[in-house]
Design a protein around this ligand. Sequence first.
Ligand code: TYD
Length: 209
Amino acid sequence: MSKGKLITFEGPDGAGKTTVLEAIIPLLEKAGYQDIMTTREPGGVAIAESIREVILDVNNTAMDAKTELLLYIAARRQHLVEKVLPALEAGKIVLVDRFIDSSVAYQGSGRGLEKMDIQWLNDFATDGLKPDLTLYFDVTAEVGLARIAQNKDREVNRLDLEKVDMHYQVRNGYLQLAKENLERIVTIDASKPLNQVIAQAIATIQEKL
Ligand code: TYD
């Protein structure tokens, strides 16, 4: 049994979860939580970062949806074994930018792959490990896409090039996941001003810790 806490950050592209994650680390440290580790998927360790490059390469337009899913799952496994599990065993609070729910929302709702298959593959990759808490940053596809368009520094990846339709489906997938996992997933309205979103994220995490 792990001693730490696994907290995941989820949401459609443009929800701002990565910005919020960066902002809350110093705030959590100030509140007395010292042993925090942050990481992201896909990536976080060398093998998984290599897989990430393949997945997100804008030239890989020939990639099949199941291939895409399997690559995310492979990156998840490696990242978990090499980085997340040791940190949890050391008692750390591990904050992860994207985890199992991204596969269900993007490859399930977005790409139309069978959700039962994805859940099974997630369980296979994680040996059934579930986050202690998931913050779901909710924005409409319109708001998310408008934010991405505004952020000129953001690197464009292959999934950003998907049609608007996919962004709608991803959000619907997240809303359904949130409804089905009320004990784990807390929904945060990420269309609100950033300071309010950060405050709600911190409050939710502190309640859990
Ligand atoms: P990234 O640049 O990390 O986007 P963000 O900052 O929004 O997290 O790119 C990750 C992309 O990969 C993002 O579009 C979501 C997608 N993704 C999946 O489709 N399935 C998954 O299982 C994961 C982890 C990510």
